[in-house]
Design a protein around this ligand. Structure first.
Ligand code: HEM
Length: 134
């Protein structure tokens, strides 16, 4: 069940990432903002749920040891956009209030482009895991 939900979420998120990027380029800032907040909150829910399933669930079992380096890479890569997007969202929501938000707002485009690309490949990796490694 967890695998099905997470794969469906990954596919939805892949599409929404592209849509949110396109929206901002055509000037639809509010929709861009709302989708990015949704994706960031969704990513946190996914990660927290994943940790609980790994810790308490029995569904996933353990990976063959030869996949451990790949899983470590995939997990580490996934943390980059998770933390990065959170900084961008928090930065925008706290605009003008501190140096942290000023920094992330000044470099929003550069960070945003980087995080969306890494995020995209993290989800592709997740879909690969769900299809081929289980
Ligand atoms: C509260 C949340 C957000 C708001 C209000 C917001 C708003 C904006 C605005 C106004 C722009 C226009 C350019 C600029 O400001 O420099 C922009 C651009 C951009 N944002 Fe966001 N954003 C949010 C979250 C995010 C997040 C979390 C990401 C990615 C992780 C992201 C990725 C991008 C990208 C890639 C662009 C540049 C588009 C391009 O010209 O290529 N944004 N955003």
């Amino acid at each position: 069940m967890f695998l099905i939900i997470s794969t469906v979420w990954a596919v939805i998120a892949l599409v929404l990432l592209i849509v949110a990027w396109w929206l901002v380029r055509v000037g639809r800032i509010v929709l861009h903002r709302n989708i990015m907040i949704l994706l960031t909150v969704g990513a946190w829910v996914f990660i927290i749920n994943y940790i609980f399933v790994q810790r308490y669930g029995e569904e996933l079992g353990s990976f063959p040891s030869k996949y451990v380096p790949w899983m470590a890479l995939h997990g580490s890569l996934g943390l980059v956009p998770l933390i990065g997007a959170t900084c961008l969202v928090v930065g925008r929501l706290m605009a003008g209030r501190n140096k942290f938000s000023t920094h992330f707002n000044q470099h929003h485009k550069t960070y945003g482009r980087t995080f969306i690309v890494v995020w995209f490949f993290s989800h592709l990796g997740g879909i690969f895991n769900a299809i081929f490694l289980h």
